[in-house]
Design a protein around this ligand. Structure first.
Ligand code: TYD
Length: 210
């Protein structure tokens, strides 16, 4: 591709609630823009008008109103819209897409925390999404520290954060297992400490894939 247009790169950040994904996504976007790259910074659930509507359905209101199976459908519906309307057009332009959570969150939150629904998540993903990121950064930290950070934020989107410490510990383990399963695209990044230090851990990992 010498002299040709830059290829797009699809990058996702994953991790437990409060692990600092959104901050790191922003810092990474700033750094890549400073290098002259077009960056699309987006998040799930959401990232397109239709997907933001679905976000409101899943993250606000009575936490018990959806079964895990219904949540799989809602998150996947939101993802399909996000992919069609936002992610794929940006990648086609050669942008770096940085997405705060993606299908790995469904694999874990819907696939592993309320019974073993992983096979259903994976089947629906293959059928309706059919795309995985080029690189997934798994921000790993102690749930005790992450939980206090996550709950400190004033938000009505507390659907998952209120499940507590044991829940977050299970999610952390599941993310580490997932990183081992998808070792070709996943890199585990220690996420404790100053945001600038975490960003400095992330930068060389991303540069190597550009
Ligand atoms: P988010 O707004 O990213 O919260 P945070 O900044 O704390 O990461 O995500 C909200 C919640 O949605 C989060 O607890 C994880 C959950 N979630 C799922 O359960 N399944 C999914 O597929 C996605 C994308 C998110």
């Amino acid at each position: 591709m010498t002299g040709g247009p830059l290829a797009g790169l699809f990058l996702t950040l994953e991790g437990i609630d409060g692990s600092g994904k959104s901050t790191q996504a922003r810092l990474l976007a700033d750094a890549l823009r400073a290098q002259g790259r077009e960056v699309l910074l987006t998040r799930e659930p959401g990232g397109s008008p239709g997907a933001e509507e679905i976000r409101r359905l899943v993250l606000t209101g009575d936490p018990g109103r959806w079964s895990a199976e219904t949540e799989i459908l809602l998150f996947t519906a939101a993802r399909r819209d996000h992919l069609e309307k936002t992610i794929e057009p940006a990648l086609a332009r050669g942008a770096v897409v940085i997405c705060d959570r993606f299908a790995d969150s469904t694999r874990i939150y819907q696939g592993a925390t309320r019974g073993d629904l992983r096979a259903k998540v994976d089947t629906l993903h293959d059928l309706m999404i059919g795309r995985d990121p080029d690189l997934t950064l798994i921000l790993d930290m102690d749930p005790d520290a992450a939980l206090s950070r996550g709950l400190a934020r004033e938000t009505d989107e507390d659907r998952f954060e209120t499940f507590g410490l044991a829940f977050q510990q299970g999610v952390r383990r599941s993310f580490l297992d997932l990183a081992a399963t998808y070792a070709d695209r996943c890199v585990v990044v220690p996420a404790q400490g100053d945001p600038a230090d975490v960003a400095a851990r992330i930068a060389p990992i991303v540069q190597a894939r550009l």
